[in-house]
Design a protein. Structure first.
Length: 144
């Protein structure tokens, strides 16, 4: 694994800013579950990270409020795999995807004018549908 995690072209976070803890995992795993600490928790101190600007920190806080505690530390848990190394790798991958999603800013939508032809076509279609439905409801008396 490299010493830095690349989040985007401009942002990379050194591994030394991440802290990992291991604990016993729940779920299937046989006797392994009772003996080995395979669950991995990744901790990232957003509030004190020198790798992120204040704007980026604010975006992360806004998009991931349930994953960040009062001290400004992001917590990601992985216990899907049976080995600590696999869970650590999974936690780092999830960390990268969460930060990418939260740092992505969609460009604001520019309002455009609806062309006159499109409006006319829509109204013509509505009139056509209206005529069809009106014809369905009219009953013609039968000539006997």
């Amino acid at each position: 694994m490299t010493s830095e995690i690349k989040i985007s072209e401009e942002i990379s976070i050194p591994l030394r800013e991440l802290r990992f803890t291991a604990s016993r995992s729940s779920g299937p795993g046989g006797q392994n579950v009772n003996k080995v600490s395979t669950r991995v928790t990744l901790w990232f101190d957003i509030a004190h990270s020198p790798s992120l600007s204040e704007h980026e920190k604010e975006l992360i806080r806004k998009h991931l409020p349930t994953r960040i505690n009062k001290e400004g530390v992001l917590r990601i848990v992985s216990q899907k795999h049976r080995t600590q190394a696999s869970n650590r790798h999974e936690a780092v991958e999830r960390f990268v995807s969460l930060l990418r999603e939260s740092l992505y800013e969609a460009s604001p939508r520019r309002r455009t004018k609806i062309p006159r032809v499109v409006k006319e076509r829509r109204l013509a279609e509505k009139k056509y549908r209206s005529r069809i439905k009106a014809q369905r409801s009219k009953t013609v008396p039968a000539d006997d």
